[in-house]
Ligand binder design. Structure first.
Ligand code: KG4
Ligand code: ZN
Length: 340
């Protein structure tokens, strides 16, 4: 079964063709970073306009790279939410019209389900059930995953997402956007123990996260040490990253232990972080857990993960109606209501 995936929830226009839900025939991602970086963050209006320009060439390229024509497609999966409505609408409306014209079934996919299913695009996919830590620019949450289309949220961030914290710290240090890769590269040159930032473990709701206190801690350190930006940038980045990694790793393994799962997964844009990947792998080996982390190319937003998820809906005849609409927040998810 050949499924075309389309993703346009934020600032990446992506299309991919997958065979039987796991074999990637093509995966094209057109990033808009150059458009948004002068503004220090994603500008929704500009994002929608960029998607409009990119959607047709990106889908064309995905079909060509997969060496198929549109008539060879068996189904289509497209991100329905959560995300920026103006951005989502571009991919979603395109997908509706394309599927209608081709007379093929199509389905709307929850972007977070997509990230979780990205671990099935690895040569050694996990067995159900497993606990997944999803860390991205918009979300930080733990899920107990029991099937491709079923996951229960165990906890989530009460304020900033982990990726958002990386982006904000980068901004505070006067570095560029998006901050994840910039901070992670800088952190590699610093000493993670030189400056200690608090870890928010939130004992009462042990699977929830909070990163706004850490962000304030970094802000306060910079304000109290006005010369630090010349000399200590790498140590600040390293100390900040160490705090995020400690909390994420601790909570993932506590959640896995609670659910009695021997497999854990790390997904989402922040899963590209080397220090986090290494820590999770090291802890998994030490505690005897199986660990599943997608390659870096599949951590950030992409359409292969959307097609991979869509395959499981289409296979069981779960399709969408022409009047379906996009949704900006998790709550409104029509299929994956276990995400609420
Ligand atoms: O999953 P994603 O591509 O988009 C969302 O769904 O949000 O995640 C983007 C986030 C951004 O906040 C970015 O700064 C962060 O992932 N990120 C990283 C790294 N690469 C990207 N954070 C930490 N370390 C990285 N290497
Ligand atoms: Zn994402």
């Amino acid at each position: 079964m050949l499924v075309l995936g389309i993703e346009s929830s934020c600032d990446e226009t992506a299309a991919a063709v997958l065979k039987d839900g796991h074999q990637i025939l093509s995966s094209v991602v057109a990033s808009q970073v150059h458009v948004h970086s002068p503004f220090g963050g994603v500008v929704p209006e500009l994002a929608s306009r960029q998607h409009i320009q990119a959607i047709v060439p990106v889908v064309d390229e995905a079909l060509q790279s997969a060496s198929i024509t549109a008539n060879g497609l068996d189904g289509l999966a497209v991100t329905q939410g959560p995300g920026l409505v103006g951005s989502l609408l571009v991919g979603f409306s395109f997908a509706k019209a394309f599927a209608y014209a081709l007379k093929i079934p199509w389905v709307g996919i929850n972007h977070l389900d997509g990230h979780i299913n990205s671990v099935f695009l690895t040569p050694d996919p996990p067995q159900f059930p497993f606990v997944a830590l999803l860390v991205s620019g918009g979300h930080t949450a733990l899920y107990h995953v029991t099937a491709h289309t079923s996951a229960t949220m165990m906890g989530q961030t009460r304020d900033d997402a982990a990726g958002e914290a990386f982006d904000k710290v980068s901004k505070m240090l006067g570095l560029g956007y998006p901050g994840g890769k910039i901070i992670s590269d800088l952190a590699a040159k610093g000493n993670p123990e030189k400056i200690h930032f608090k870890r928010a473990y939130l004992d009462k709701n042990k699977f929830d996260f909070s990163f706004s206190g850490l962000k304030t801690g970094v802000r306060r350190y910079i304000d109290n040490n006005p010369d630090c930006l010349q000399t200590e940038m790498a140590d600040i980045a390293s100390g900040f990253q160490a705090s995020v990694v400690d909390v994420l790793s601790h909570k993932l393994f506590t959640a896995a232990k609670t659910m009695q799962c021997r497999s854990v997964a790390l997904v989402g844009g922040v899963a590209a972080n080397h220090s986090l990947r290494q820590r999770i792998q090291k802890e998994a080996a030490r505690r005897n857990y199986r660990v599943h982390i997608p390659p870096i190319s599949l951590c950030g937003d992409n359409a292969a993960m959307i097609a991979a998820t869509g395959y499981h809906y289409l296979k069981t005849d779960h399709t969408a109606e022409l009047h379906a609409d996009v949704y900006s927040r998790i709550k409104a998810a029509p299929i994956s209501n276990t995400r609420q």
